[in-house]
Design a protein around this ligand. Structure first.
Ligand SMILES: NC(=O)c1ccc[n+]([C@@H]2O[C@H](COP(=O)([O-])OP(=O)(O)OC[C@H]3O[C@@H](n4cnc5c(N)ncnc54)[C@H](O)[C@@H]3O)[C@@H](O)[C@H]2O)c1
Ligand SMILES: O=C(O)CC[C@@H](O)C(=O)O
Length: 542
């Protein structure tokens, strides 16, 4: 982990710290003692690259790509990048971390505006706004068009985070029934918002009249609404994407509009922004388009500007407590003493996120004597558990706040005794709807030298390096199971890097855990599940 070195207050007093704002926003008051802030609105990229070496911090919106080229042009002086808004997909976070550059965002400031824009697109598509506007301007007074009412229809929301929750609230005001799919959000949030929970994306798609997506763009969400998913929607549905281009596949959306399967759609975001003049969206029927304007209101820009400027200036003074997207908050000594335990905690969290996402309780048990206060291991477990489901890149600074926001309760237990290892960390998550059977999943691990080892999966003892992909399979402890499984993997050319076998009692249920160098296709996983010696099989990526 890289700990960015920020300026000490002494340095600040002698030389003004320089901040360049290169994208359009309302930056508020630019006069702050000890700082020189240059607001340039839409600065051409070449100019940004040319001037950047003279600045300590850069503030952007989504227009400016903070890539390796920009970082190379910046040279040594740049230490903080502020993103006015939430999505950091225009910023190469890995490259920033590697150079010790702190990245901050302002995720709460534009969510009302973005949610209102999504509702606007829904209403516009329902009443054919863009079509009627275009025809009337062309001299055609077409009053034949019939729209649809929203009242008593069902809105499906994918992603019940900050913006999805506000959309749910506003939609209920329009008398829509709201159903959402978000496997990472605990049940109590759905209950609090009065939103019905869909168990899967397919279940959501088959029961809604309108669909709106509010997830970050991740490996999982890219293209998550494609031809197959659109076909699952009822004929005459409306689709809105005001999140990120590509969550709804562009070509599939155009096709579904042209075929008449969809009544209409609204988009605020494109895969490539700005789109080329021949982009298929531009000729699609009943498709309302805005130019990534979700955050473009006076109110949001005032909040975004004030928040991101404040955060960047605070960070330049060494206070990284607000909005840090990529910075660890630990000193070098603690990092040294906790050794591989932070890595272990993060891996245990990541495994659990795949075994039981959307839990409402997470409990960490520490066994044995740790060389330093093990509390950061809890944070690391949260980082792992929350990763992959939010734009905010959970890290050692923001993970506890994010967990609180999600309604994830934390508990920590310490046991002096560690019968099997010098130290052991066991993480348990519990989830499930209120009044229904609660599910729990437990994983545990230890550290050999600086390398994490998995020691426990559910009630089974294992010993395995948590690397790559782990295949977890259970069977009735019958002979021949291992051979059949490894033969099958061998026929696919998949190498087994490590294997552990655990069983609760002789002849009872047994658990195999295999680390694999490569992942499995859904068909391969199904073929394993279909083996007569296997009861269940699950693949997690560490
Ligand atoms: N159009 C705009 O101008 C504009 C403005 C602000 C935000 N945004 C975008 O809106 C989106 C939502 O922002 P937010 O602040 O609400 O984010 P958030 O992190 O608060 O919420 C995202 C939600 O998506 C859920 N999620 C993640 N992966 C999922 C998956 N595979 N399936 C279902 N749910 C999943 C998460 O659990 C989380 O609850 C982001 O893409 C953001 O960049 C766009
Ligand atoms: O204002 C912007 O540039 C982008 C707004 C929005 O997409 C965000 O990520 O906050």
């Amino acid at each position: 982990m890289t700990v960015p070195v920020l300026t000490s207050p002494d340095q600040v007093a002698s030389t003004p710290l320089r901040v360049l704002i290169c994208d359009e926003m309302n930056p508020g008051d630019l006069h702050h003692e000890g700082f020189e802030i240059d607001y340039e609105g839409n600065l051409p990229r070449e100019e940004t690259l040319r001037r950047l070496p003279e600045y300590d911090a850069l503030i952007t919106r989504s227009r400016t790509k903070v890539d390796r080229e920009l970082l190379a042009a910046a040279g040594e002086r740049l230490r903080v990048i502020g993103r006015g808004g939430v999505g950091v997909d225009n910023i190469d976070l890995e490259a920033c971390s590697r150079r010790g550059i702190l990245v901050l965002n302002a995720p709460e400031s534009n969510n009302v505006s973005a949610a209102e824009l999504a509702i606007m697109h829904l209403l516009a598509a329902a009443r054919g706004l863009t079509r009627s506007d275009r025809k009337t301007r062309a001299g055609e007074w077409d009053r034949k068009f019939l729209g649809v009412e929203l009242k008593d229809k069902t809105l499906g929301i994918v992603g019940l985070g900050r913006i999805g929750s506000i959309v749910a609230d506003r939609a209920q005001g329009l008398r829509l029934k709201v159903v959402a799919f978000d496997p990472y959000v605990p049940e109590n949030k759905f209950e609090r918002l009065g939103v019905e929970r869909a168990a899967s994306l397919d279940e959501l798609l088959t029961q809604v009249d309108f669909l709106t997506v509010h997830t970050p763009l991740t490996g999982e969400t890219q293209g998550m609404i494609g031809t197959r998913e659109l076909a699952l929607l009822r004929p005459g549905s409306i689709v809105v994407n005001a999140a990120r281009g590509g969550i709804v596949e562009e070509a599939a959306l155009v096709e579904a509009l042209k075929s008449g399967h969809l009544f209409g759609a609204g988009v605020d975001v494109f895969v490539e922004e700005p789109p080329t003049p021949d982009h298929p969206f531009l000729g699609a029927p009943n498709l309302g388009i805005t130019a990534h304007l979700g955050a473009n209101t006076f109110e949001a820009q005032e909040r975004v500007g004030a928040e991101i400027v404040g955060r960047v200036l605070a960070a330049l003074h060494g206070d990284v407590s607000r909005g840090a997207v990529n910075a660890p908050a630990l000193d070098a000594r603690t990092l040294e003493l906790l050794g591989g335990h932070l890595d272990l905690g993060e891996k245990l969290g990541r495994i659990l996120a795949q075994l039981l996402p959307g839990a409402h309780d997470l409990e960490v048990t520490f066994r044995g004597e740790f060389a330093a206060d093990p509390a950061p291991i809890v944070t690391a477990a949260l980082v792992g558990y929350l990763s992959g489901s939010t734009d905010e890149r959970p890290n050692m600074i923001n993970a506890r706040a994010l967990a609180k926001e999600r309604g994830l309760n934390l508990a920590v237990r310490e046991e002096q005794d560690s019968p099997d290892y010098q130290t052991e960390v066991v993480v348990k998550v519990t989830g499930g709807a209120q009044g229904e059977k609660q599910r729990t999943r437990t994983v545990g691990g230890t550290v050999f030298g600086r390398s994490p080892r998995l020691t426990r999966l559910r009630d089974y003892r294992v010993e395995l390096a948590p690397e790559g992909f782990i295949l977890i399979a259970s069977n009735q402890d019958r002979p021949g199971a291992v051979a059949k499984l490894s033969n099958l993997l061998g026929t696919w050319g998949i190498n087994i890097a490590g294997m552990a076998l655990g069983r609760a009692q002789k002849g009872g249920q047994a658990l195999f855990t295999l680390t694999l160098d490569d992942g499995l296709t859904p068909e391969q996983l199904q073929a394993i599940r279909d083996l007569d010696v296997i009861d269940s099989a699950f693949l997690v990526r560490v």
